[in-house]
Design a protein around this ligand. Sequence first.
Ligand code: ZN
Length: 122
Amino acid sequence: MNNNSPNLFQINLPRFQSWLTIVAICLLLGSLGLGWLVKAASIAIGLVIITPVVGFLGFFWWLRRSVVQAECPVCSYPLQGINGSEIQCTNCGELLNVDRGKLIRDTPPDTIDVIAVEVIQE
Ligand SMILES: [Zn+2]
């Protein structure tokens, strides 16, 4: 019974000691007039933590603004695309341009898109 508690204490001690060492070093540096070093180190650590978070949030903000949800103009299949990019309809394979929240058929400039109303077969 008594053997368990000192063992647990010994397992937890190294971690506690390493934190204590860091705090002791910080205090020592501060007392030596090297407080700026501690500040610089904490700013650097802060930047290392904050930069990816800000980048991640910025990316999501951009994604929310740029992702367009619309239906394929050819087959009305619901599609997702990023503004200004070119996507291919997963249903009918039509090439589409994503432009200002709309999907536009990527037809060559000299092609006239005509819907055949009546086809006379000879
Ligand atoms: Zn389609």
